[in-house]
Design a protein around this ligand. Sequence first.
Ligand SMILES: Cc1ncc(COP(=O)(O)O)c(C=O)c1O
Length: 393
Amino acid sequence: MQVADRLLRTPPYPFAELARLKAKAREEGADLIDFGIGDPDQPTPAHIVAALCEAARDPSTPQYDETGKGLPEFRRAVASWYRARFGVSLDPDREVLRLIGAKEGIAHLAWTVLNPGDVALIPDPGYPVYKVASMFAGGELHFMPLPQADGYLPDLQAIPPQALGRARLIYLCYPNMPTGAVAGVDFYRRLVEFAAGRNLLVCLDMAYSELYYDGHQPQSLLQVEGAKEVAIEIHSLSKTYNMTGWRIGFAVGNAEALNALEKLKSNVDSGAFMAIQRAAVAALTGPQDGPEKVRAIYQRRRDLLVDGLARIGWRIPKPKATCYVWAPVPRGYSSAALAEALLREAGVLVTPGSAYGEHGEGYVRFSLTVQGGRPEERIVEAVARIKEKVKLG
Ligand SMILES: Cc1ncc(COP(=O)(O)O)c(C=O)c1O
């Protein structure tokens, strides 16, 4: 058979490659401490699981969800969560769209907005899906570096006019994966001003909006006046409620963009299981002590890891948000060389920063979702193994 050129030009999804390396090391008998993929190791809160079970028993839920935008009660729950969390009012009928996870919406958005030859502005380092989806849609890519010195915010004024003139879509992600940075309303004001009048849609990926520490509670771009004219935000229940496998998320904001995305989606997917949408209503409208617990767990792990590594001479800034630690590599290593040394010498699996773009070189990413049980003990053990086995310069 023929494999399409667009796929041949696409690098393997970084986590698929990691999964392969991991399987190989395990086959060889290694006891891996896995800081690779960001996938919560805690259970989904019981009341959400109970809502799913109850909804799954309801004979009306197994059919197609023909609503297009998602169940009305799901969209109303999103709107009321948004009002309570960000003080932003949304029209559940026009300004909320159900997604089969944030990744799905992010990927399909590029097909919705870009014509071949249009430019997509992509943060570097960034979630690989922005780049690959834009390429699939025939877009050209312009990467915006996120310098550590600028708080991992892009310099919008540095985008060259030849890219900016053809730019139709800008992806951004705050709280930022992989760096753990947050953006403030000042930046969002500049962003809205920048996009206004340019026929440029802003897509802010907020998959990590509820994982924040030390009072750095993220704000919404939609809090800025005029934002709904130019922007959508994409959310996920995956990390907030330990629901990665459930595949449920939502997009909010500019009604025209959401309408177009709904049109595209109606041609390629047939909605999300209605019982999962009802369970998502229970998540969004029920007790919010789950996310609080999740934050406390990751904060403890973050401190164990970062303080532990500092004690052995590896100084890493503490992330303000997300479930990742973005660690500058010690002198003498590339990202890939350090990731390889950690895996080979210490059985510690991290993601090389270069998997997230050219500007991720010089970093490795630790996920605080530690796979395989006993996460805190494993973090302590990882620090001990690194101290003993890996030369940190
Ligand atoms: C930055 C970012 N956006 C979106 C997603 C996808 O989230 P979901 O599970 O809702 O598809 C991830 C998942 O790791 C992510 O890191």
